[in-house]
Design a protein around this ligand. Structure first.
Ligand code: PLP
Length: 408
């Protein structure tokens, strides 16, 4: 008899975005032609940059002739891409990351979930509340938690509430975690972590031999020059942090798929006898066993992002999204909402009025304005009473959506 992994049955509700999709489909079925504007799921709308497309085509052409054809590539990614990333994303910011520390993958969603399997089942995991739901759900799937309590918190996870009072940056926990998920710029609150806050976490992890799992999927949206883009800009972080990066939002790769995980050679974890084990070596073992690399043309396309021309082009698209973010912020503030984020991140975090619940606000916007956003409570209990707007829609749709909300 095939038994299931019963930890899956602890998962409280369907994953947030399928649930949003279900409600929208139902509404559309009942009200065809209502002209729904989607500002919910954080998917991009602008095409790949011209230099990326050229490199992509050139990569495909190489596959067409026996002399240049590529079969299996290195599981960790081609050196041309790993070198370009190490230089452009890290060394240029004073972070001593080498190509060997970089593992190319097909997405940060999988990497942030999969990373857990190289750590002990008994590891205590700390997760911000609210945050990208994948960290908590994959912790549950891995069997590291008990059931969800009435407040939505899974037993065994150390939750780090992020509220307006603490400027959406959590306090250091009293109970010491082994693994700490941090995400800055943050999804969903759109807030960023200043250098001194990141230093606080790095020092804490150094003191307690914990590991920070730092999700920097939105670093490219940081406008403020004082805000670090990488946790490795903080001294000592190479001994305590893994960083996840993705080209999904940075360069429009949500449908093309390319991300990378950084595990510095100096990062150690421990076996049950207390012996040091190099984490990079462990992840390399996992990666080479369970993953066979990202396709060659996609890696060629990704490498173009890290050229001068590619950087200029993706920066222009990011600028477009950030203008959307400013428009959303200003429009909602003009409607009297309290808004956060949207200055160094593509997400705007809005407080609902009169204590309205997040899903009620979702239904209100869907039914009265035909605008879809994301209920804050879907990102964790502390997100209740908040709502996330994404700046990835087209300008036209953003303006239309804001106009409809203004006239609600
Ligand atoms: N990390 C965060 C914080 C995200 O918001 C997302 C996507 O929305 C991801 C990771 C997933 O990235 P990818 O498309 O590389 O899987």
């Amino acid at each position: 008899m095939a038994l299931i992994n019963e930890h899956y049955q602890k998962l409280a509700a369907g994953y947030l975005f399928p649930e949003i999709g279900r409600r929208v489909r139902e509404y559309e079925k009942a009200h065809p032609g209502s002209g729904i504007i989607r500002m919910g799921i954080g998917d991009v709308t602008q095409p790949l940059a011209p230099s990326v497309i050229r490199a992509f085509h050139a990569g495909v052409e190489e596959m067409a002739s026996a002399e240049t054809f590529k079969g299996y590539g290195p599981e960790q990614g081609y050196d041309f891409l790993r070198e370009a990333i190490a230089e452009r994303s890290f060394r240029s910011r004073g972070a001593a990351i080498t190509a060997d520390d970089i593992f190319i993958s097909d997405g940060s969603k999988c990497d942030t979930g999969n990373i857990q399997e190289i750590f002990g089942l008994q590891s205590k995991v700390a997760i911000c509340d609210p945050v990208y739901p994948v960290y908590a759900d994959t912790t549950v799937m891995a069997g590291k938690t008990g059931h969800a309590a009435a407040n939505g918190y899974y037993q065994g996870i150390i939750y780090l509430p992020c509220t307006a009072e603490n400027h959406f940056i959590p306090a250091l926990p009293e109970e010491v975690p082994d693994l700490i998920f941090l995400c800055y710029p943050n999804n969903p609150t759109g807030t960023v972590a200043p250098r001194e806050e990141l230093k606080k976490w790095v020092d804490y992890a150094l003191e307690h031999k914990s590991i920070i799992l730092f999700d920097a999927a939105y670093e490219a949206f940081i406008r403020d020059p004082e805000i670090p883009h990488s946790i490795y800009e903080i001294a000592g972080a190479e001994k305590v942090a893994i960083e996840f990066r993705s080209l999904s939002k940075t360069a429009g790769f949500t449908g093309t798929r390319l991300a990378y995980t950084v595990i510095p050679g100096a990062l150690m974890a421990y076996d049950s006898q207390g012996n040091e084990v190099q984490v990079r070596k462990l992840w390399n073992r996992r990666h080479t066993t369970k993953f066979n690399g990202v396709s060659y043309p996609v890696q060629k396309a990704a490498a173009a992002v890290f050229t001068e021309e590619g950087q200029r082009e993706v920066e222009a698209t990011i600028g477009y999204y950030m203008e959307n973010a400013a428009l959303i912020r200003e429009s909602l503030a003009a409607c009297g909402y309290t808004v956060y984020g949207g200055e160094n991140a593509p997400y705007i975090w809005v407080q609902t009025r009169d204590g309205m619940k997040s899903w009620d606000f979702f239904d209100l916007l869907l039914e009265k304005a035909h605008v879809v956003g994301t209920p804050g409570s879907g990102f964790g209990p502390s997100g209740e009473g908040y709502f996330r707007f994404s700046a990835f829609a087209t300008r036209e749709k953003v303006l239309e959506a804001m106009d409809r909300i203004y006239h609600l």
